[in-house]
Ligand binder design. Structure first.
Ligand SMILES: [Zn+2]
Length: 311
């Protein structure tokens, strides 16, 4: 699933309005087919993470993109003239056709633009009912205050992070246990409060070692009201993994962790029906299906220093 990229000269201001319909504006430009864009997985649905691969016939100095209103940062791969960009579709995104827009800067200063319509399919998620202690459904004034404080703490943690990919290779399972197929389910707690389950649950007994899914830096490590014991790891490039309901936390904010490193012990703290590990994946504010990320082959980026000097 790839399309040719038309090489374009910088468009005069007069044509700025036409950049919206770039394909038409570029019909007169030579179609050198110097650029190819593909994505993995090929079928994207709500909740999918995806890796965009852009290959140019000539060296590029920089490449950026947007998809579904979020910036896609492209970084050079180890293969010549190949760039990779992390993207994702929030679980709440309706099915439809969406534009991927890329802007590349060639070494000679030329600006290349590219648009590709990508179909986002629909994954249907079931509805389930659950029972939890009443304070999680109708919290009292003290608990409401704590929930508000937690919100602030999470907002600060969400804003932290390195712009460059810090992960190393594919993401790994955080526990040695099968995942329940629970991402995206609409849940009704005690017949009242409904929420979408924005993570994957792993059925593990309390005290099971929980491991970092990949390299990164801890940006949150503390108990929260709904999440219980919670650890958030920033993997760079807007990508974070969040581990919830932990009984014991083994890391501190600011600490760098390696893939497979034990970061906590599992539990059933917070709004949980019993002991389990809840793993969430967040990219640029979009919640993605953790199991899809765990199965996604991650690209080999060039060393970070090379990435920085190529800007
Ligand atoms: Zn969960």
């Amino acid at each position: 699933m790839s399309q040719p990229f038309s090489k374009c000269l910088f468009l005069p201001v007069l044509f700025v309005v036409l950049t919206f319909t770039f394909s038409a504006a570029c019909l007169g430009a030579p179609s050198n087919n110097v650029f190819q864009v593909s994505w993995n997985p090929q079928r994207i649905t709500n909740g999918s993470p995806c890796i965009f691969t852009a290959t140019s016939g000539e060296p590029l100095q920089a490449l950026t993109g947007t998809f579904l209103g979020r910036e896609i940062r492209f970084f050079p791969g180890t293969q010549k003239n190949t760039w990779y960009g992390m993207g994702g579709v929030d679980v709440g995104t309706p099915a439809g056709r969406y534009k991927l827009e890329l802007v590349g800067r060639a070494r000679n200063g030329e600006r290349w633009e590219f648009q590709q319509t990508i179909f986002v399919g629909k994954t249907s998620y079931p509805k389930i009912t659950l029972n939890v202690p009443q304070r999680f459904v109708a919290p009292g004034p003290e608990e409401v205050k704590r929930i508000e404080e937690d919100k602030q703490i999470k907002t600060v943690a969400f804003l932290k992070g390195e712009p460059y990919p810090e992960w190393s290779g594919d993401f790994a399972m955080p526990v040695d246990a099968p995942a329940s197929d629970s991402f995206g389910t609409a849940r009704v707690f005690n017949g009242k409060v409904a929420s979408v389950h924005r993570g994957t649950d792993f059925r593990v007994a309390s005290g099971t070692a929980v491991r970092a899914a990949n390299d990164g830096q801890v940006v949150l490590a503390q108990p929260l009201f709904f999440e219980g014991g919670c650890v958030m790891i920033d993997h760079g490039d807007g990508l974070k993994t969040i581990y919830m309901h932990l009984s014991q936390i083994e890391v501190k904010p600011g600490e760098h962790v390696k893939k497979g490193q034990v970061i906590a012990l599992s539990g059933g703290t917070g709004r949980a029906t019993g002991p389990h590990l809840h793993l969430a994946v967040r990219w640029e504010g979009a919640y993605l299906d953790p199991m899809k990320l765990l199965k996604l082959p991650m690209p080999n980026y060039r060393e970070h220093e090379a990435v920085k000097s190529s800007d």
